[in-house]
Write a new protein. Structure first.
Length: 612
């Protein structure tokens, strides 16, 4: 959520910042703003709505304004509604300090009262504005921007990714991080700051990742970093391999559709160099040093949020049924607040697309404080979860721009399947059985490609149901999480209310909702509990519910029971979710398109949720 991009150097900041903000739009936001140091004062423009509206307003009011340094921001509202006034940047009373901020200041109410008693006047409803006034007060005392930021932050409780400018000091930007990602982009005679590398990758591939509790003073010629306690920190400049083409649509109408169609390759990438088919096993370098702890673990705990939590639920079925390891799945947002029972012989996997999810980071630190081994399953390289865990596995899905996760989910499932096979072989599974599973995993990219090759049937179903107000999704076993994920995709991007349930639980309440107006999506592969799911379908039919079935290509019976059928190839049972989710992603996508919603940037949502 929320995006930051800043620039200091000889060029005009405005076009650099606007283009950076456009590349951050995928993170979700409701307003945007920019501040440029220009001849000893700030040029400022703020606008509720899209970056395009900010750019249009700049063209009308800013004309040929130029300057450096400058900073821009896309805001996802927490304190105060989306509005021009609440958009970032925020300023002190005499507009000598400009601040953009990702995160939440938890003690802002007490700070605001204290500042108002000192005569500060507030122009917005945000928590961020207290930072501007705090920093301005310290700046008047110290005359040094970095010191002012550092001293002000000692009074703050909460999280922040922060960039501060002073109209009186055009030679520096000051940035700080605690719980919200921030990077420095290193150039030649110029430097950048951003909350995401995608904002600056066209300008530099050399970046520095700030850690929690660090502050940096950035100038045209370099930067210096320190802790909030004023201890100097040496930082390593890293090289990022992200290609610009990876964050562009490539001819697809939406990023989400592009990412759905990338899944044969992203699933293959998750397995490349790791799946050893001939040996029926797996090699995962990120787990190599902690395999002893993994194999001796009393239990595995998977903790995550949203789509990643659904992946964790499928992982539980895999790990328990194939590797025979007791596994629990926890919402990260609840994990730390219930004082969980975690022991030193537990292994905790943190699953996150971004590697920056605030709730998942909090769960990581809670588990670590209790002595557990903590491991990450993340997509974005260099994220905080990857840096703070004892080991882990990257899913290698590449940048996921669409807010509704698709390819990251199937890549997470693929990695969980690899971990399962690795543990199963280490715990006694025969090579022959391992080879069967390995061959089936290796076949999944081609099978996903088969589903994606013909989507006309899915488009027709989407047109049929686009005006419905409610959907019910049903699945059993490892396909219950697929029902949850299918329902989540639909409500995220089409704004249709949808619920996922274990199919057998339907009769314990949700069956009251079923009538001729209720579409019911049932995941019904030809597996050991096929007949049980068929019985659930009969219960829906008896109440006139309209059935959309996700079924195997060779199921000749399902057409007699379901009004619509979405066909998928057959695979080994616990790998089925990787295939079964594909048509449900497409169904949600085409319904959303038919309804005219903003597929890539659905309302109220953020890609990377960096507040609790």
């Amino acid at each position: 959520m929320c995006g930051i991009v800043g620039y200091i150097g000889p060029k005009n900041s405005v076009p650099i910042i606007l283009e950076g903000l456009r590349r951050l739009e995928y993170r979700g936001y409701d307003s945007a703003g920019i501040a440029i140091v220009n001849n000893g004062s700030f040029f400022v423009e703020k606008k509720a709505g899209k970056v395009a509206e900010l750019a249009a307003q700049l063209g009308q009011t800013g004309g040929s304004v130029a300057g450096s340094p400058g900073v821009g921001h896309t805001r996802w509202a927490t304190h105060g509604e989306p509005s021009d006034l609440n958009a970032h940047p925020h300023f002190d009373a005499d507009r000598g300090i400009a601040v953009v901020h990702n995160g939440i200041i938890e003690n802002y109410a007490a700070l605001k009262i204290m500042l108002e008693r000192k005569g500060c006047r507030f122009a917005s409803e945000t928590d961020t504005e207290v930072l501007a006034h705090l920093i301005a007060g310290s700046y008047r005392e110290t005359g040094d921007l970095a010191s002012a930021v550092r001293l002000a932050l000692t009074e703050v409780d909460g999280t922040y990714g922060l960039v501060v400018l002073s109209a009186r000091d055009p030679d520096h930007m000051v940035v700080a991080r605690k719980g919200s990602p921030l990077i420095i982009g290193v150039g030649d005679g110029e430097n950048y700051v951003a909350s995401d590398v995608s904002a600056i990758v066209e300008h530099t591939r050399k970046v520095v990742y700030l850690e929690d509790g660090e502050i940096a003073e950035v100038s045209r010629d370099g930067f210096r970093t320190m802790t909030i306690d004023d201890v100097a920190v040496e930082k390593e400049v890293q090289h990022v391999t992200l290609e610009l083409s990876q964050i562009e649509r490539g001819g697809f109408e939406h990023f989400m559709l592009k990412e759905i169609h990338e899944q044969p390759e992203t699933i293959r990438n998750a397995m490349r160099g790791r799946l050893l088919v001939d040996e029926g096993t797996v090699k995962l370098g990120g787990l190599q040093n902690i395999m002893g702890r993994l194999l001796s673990a009393r239990r595995i705990i998977i903790t995550a949020c949203g789509t990643s939590w659904h992946a964790g639920l499928v992982g539980k079925y895999m790990l328990e049924q194939i590797a025979r390891v007791p596994t629990e799945v926890e919402y990260a947002s609840e994990f730390r607040y219930r004082n969980p029972i975690v022991n030193i012989d537990d292994v905790v996997f943190l699953v996150s697309q971004s590697g920056e999810t605030a709730d998942t980071l909090a769960a990581l630190r809670e588990a670590k404080s209790k002595g557990a081994t903590v491991l990450g399953i993340v997509n974005a390289v260099g994220g905080t979860i990857a840096r703070e865990t004892d080991g882990g596995v990257y899913v290698h899905a590449g940048p996921e721009i669409g807010v509704a996760s698709t390819k990251a989910f199937t890549s997470q499932l693929t990695v969980l399947a690899l971990i399962t096979l690795l543990l199963a072989r280490a715990r006694g599974m025969t090579m022959e059985n391992g080879q069967v599973l390995a061959r089936e995993l290796a076949s999944l990219p081609e099978k996903v490609g088969e589903i994606l090759a013909d989507t006309e049937n899915i488009k027709a179903i989407a047109e049929e149901f686009k005006d419905k107000r409610n959907f019910l999704y049903l699945g059993r076993g490892a396909n219950y999480p697929v029902a949850l994920e299918g329902a989540l995709k639909l409500k995220e991007i089409s704004y249709i209310h949808a619920e996922g349930y274990p199919a057998a639980e339907m009769k314990h309440g949700p069956i009251a909702l079923i009538d001729e107006n209720m579409p019911v999506v049932v995941i019904v592969p030809r597996d050991a509990i096929y007949d049980k799911v068929i019985s659930n379908i009969q219960e829906v039919r008896a109440r006139k519910g309209r059935i959309i079935a996700v079924a195997n290509e060779d199921d000749d019976e399902i057409g007699k029971l379901a009004e619509f059928v979405l066909r998928v190839p057959r695979t080994y049972g616990f790998f089925g979710p990787i295939l079964n989710i594909i048509p449900l992603q497409l169904l949600a996508y085409y319904i959303a398109v038919a309804r005219g919603t903003d597929v890539d940037q659905p309302r109220n949502l953020a890609k990377s949720v960096t507040v609790e």
